[in-house]
Design a protein around this ligand. Structure first.
Ligand SMILES: N[C@@H](CCC(=O)N[C@@H](CS)C(=O)NCC(=O)O)C(=O)O
Length: 235
């Protein structure tokens, strides 16, 4: 049985089965990227629900795994050279899982970099900008009731990014090389969240982005994605 005692997080959230990947997450657009990938890859894992409303993600035992104090994070008992490894940042975790299994990331070097470009575009653009839009549009609406500037700024930026996706998906089923990759997995949960999380379909005029909407719907209906989108279970 794997020894995870080097990871303080395992004191906070003891592993039932330390021989499988330990996932510390919540069903948010960043969290589900990892559970969707794990489900798609068929890797066994154990999920620990991190209720971020309690700030448990700022506990020193959690911060020892993710210095940024956020979800998602994982511990893989079977990392490089068979040794346990901890990882944080959803983009890095997706690359790790893809390289561990040889799936969801093209082997051809040019296509691999193309996939990483779109993954980084999500990490640096879509996540932060859509997230700020959701913050001001939904969660802090009362705080900016007299000042439309922040919501407008992030609404415009969200639409600008959606325009780029719409153009990219104009004659493609997937973002890169007509295959499902970690770039798709990183981005479609964020597109979905504009409707399911923020209820902002009208505010963003999402009907202007039919290809993007259809792509996100199609991918979220994949059986592995449907399972991964509800990890840890919301109820
Ligand atoms: N760039 C990070 C972002 C992670 C992130 O922002 N996670 C949010 C939930 S979606 C979180 O843990 N928030 C809790 C907090 O800010 O304390 C990643 O992709 O992993």
């Amino acid at each position: 049985m794997a020894d995870l005692s080097a990871f303080p997080v395992s004191r906070l959230f003891p592993a039932q089965n330390p021989d499988v990947i330990q996932l510390y997450s919540l069903a948010t657009p960043n969290g589900v990227k990892v559970s969707i990938a794990l489900e798609e890859l068929g890797l066994p894992y154990e999920v620990h629900k991190i209720d971020i409303s309690t700030d448990i993600q700022k506990h020193p035992d959690f911060v020892a795994l993710n210095p940024n104090g956020r979800i998602p994070a994982i511990v893989d008992p079977d990392g490089p050279d068979g040794k346990p490894i901890g990882l944080f940042e959803s983009g890095a975790i997706l690359i790790y899982l893809a390289e561990k299994t040889g799936k969801l990331l093209p082997k051809d070097p040019a296509l691999r970099y193309e996939t990483l470009c779109w993954l980084m575009w999500q990490m640096g653009g879509v996540g932060p900008m859509f997230g700020q839009f959701g913050h001001f549009y939904k969660y802090a609406a009362d705080k900016v009731a007299n000042n439309p500037y922040p919501t407008e700024r992030y609404r415009n930026e969200t639409r600008r990014l959606l325009d780029i996706l719409e153009e990219r998906l104009a004659n493609r089923q997937f973002l890169v090389n007509e295959e499902y990759t970690i770039a798709d997995i990183a981005i479609f949960p964020w597109v979905r969240s504009l409707t399911t999380g923020y209820g902002a379909a009208e505010a963003l005029n999402l009907t202007d982005f039919p290809k993007t909407e259809a792509w996100a719907k199609r991918l979220s209906e994949r059986p592995a994605a449907a399972r991964g989108l509800n990890v840890p279970p919301r109820a």
